[in-house]
Design a protein. Structure first.
Lengths: 157, 119
């Protein structure tokens, strides 16, 4: 279900991309915004295993809903465990089920197939209590993914 | 100028360390100001992921990383979270130690990050 017009989403994301692109340049990420599809593709290297990784954010209905983030086979839309970073033992947003588990990922909510039915639904993503990861802009989501990727020991198998 | 007499927090225009135009050499790895007074504070150039331009802050060297990051986060209008600083090599500073113990140096560029864990 689309909650916001594409033109609204496009304007919102593109305003945020100014900061996100500056962040990406500082941290060696490549961003590719597919404006017609409302999809952001973000790629970098997983330094622990010297491998290209790519995260894709489907941004339809953003910011009424958070983006749907997933890791893919770079350059494709295929999502398999081998393309998903493994978790650091001390805690990570990268879950063993191949999901970025964070209030800012639509796919973490039970109504979108995820495990969380305790966050009052994806439409309430900005009100989830800040007990763990918090990111309210696309740049901050990328920053959090980057921080956890730097601690990831490798890829899932 | 004795930088120890300057106000703390977000630097504003007119402050001699607001930008690099004052030529106030950091010298001695940044632990002295231009007049060779030992520094009791440090100027940090802080980026936030959502903003293209950094802001400069002056903090006591003995300020805790977590407290300094909270001050910076508020100026970037982050209202919630567990802020810390990340070095440009990706290292996230321990929020529970002082800036001195974390080894930051004058005019070091740092990135604000949310240090909250996974869920």
């Amino acid at each position: 279900m689309t909650l916001l017009p594409a033109t609204t989403v496009r304007a919102t994301v593109e305003a945020e991309l100014v900061g996100a692109r500056a962040w990406a340049a500082r941290h060696n990420w490549s961003l590719h915004w597919l404006a017609e599809d409302l999809v952001l593709r973000a790629a970098t290297y997983h330094t622990a295993v010297h491998q290209l990784v790519e995260a894709v954010a489907e941004c339809d209905s953003y910011r009424a809903l958070p983006p749907a983030w997933r890791f893919v086979d770079p350059g494709t839309d295929q999502s398999e465990p081998k393309w998903f970073p493994s978790a650091h033992p001390a805690g990570s947003i990268f879950h063993g089920n191949g999901l970025i588990c964070a209030p800012w990922n639509r796919l973490a909510y039970s109504e979108h197939g995820g495990p969380h039915n305790d966050w009052n639904g994806a439409a309430s993503w900005l009100q989830v209590p800040a007990v763990n990861t918090v990111a309210h802009t696309i740049a901050d989501m990328l920053s959090t993914i980057d921080s956890h990727l730097r601690k990831s020991p490798g890829m899932m198998r | 100028m004795d930088t120890n007499a300057l106000p703390l927090g977000l630097l504003e225009p007119g402050d001699p360390e607001f930008d690099d135009s004052g030529g106030d050499a950091t010298g001695d790895a940044g632990q002295q100001d231009g007049d060779h007074h030992p520094r009791s504070n440090v100027v940090l150039i802080v980026f936030a992921p959502k903003e293209p331009e950094p802001k400069r802050f002056r903090f006591p060297f003995d300020e805790f990383v977590g407290d300094a990051a909270k001050v910076a986060a508020e100026k970037f209008e982050y209202e919630v979270g567990t802020p810390s600083f990340q070095r440009m090599d990706g290292t996230v500073l321990d929020r529970s130690v002082t800036l001195r113990a974390a080894g930051v140096h004058n005019r070091e560029e740092l990135e604000l990050v949310d240090a909250g864990g996974g869920v």
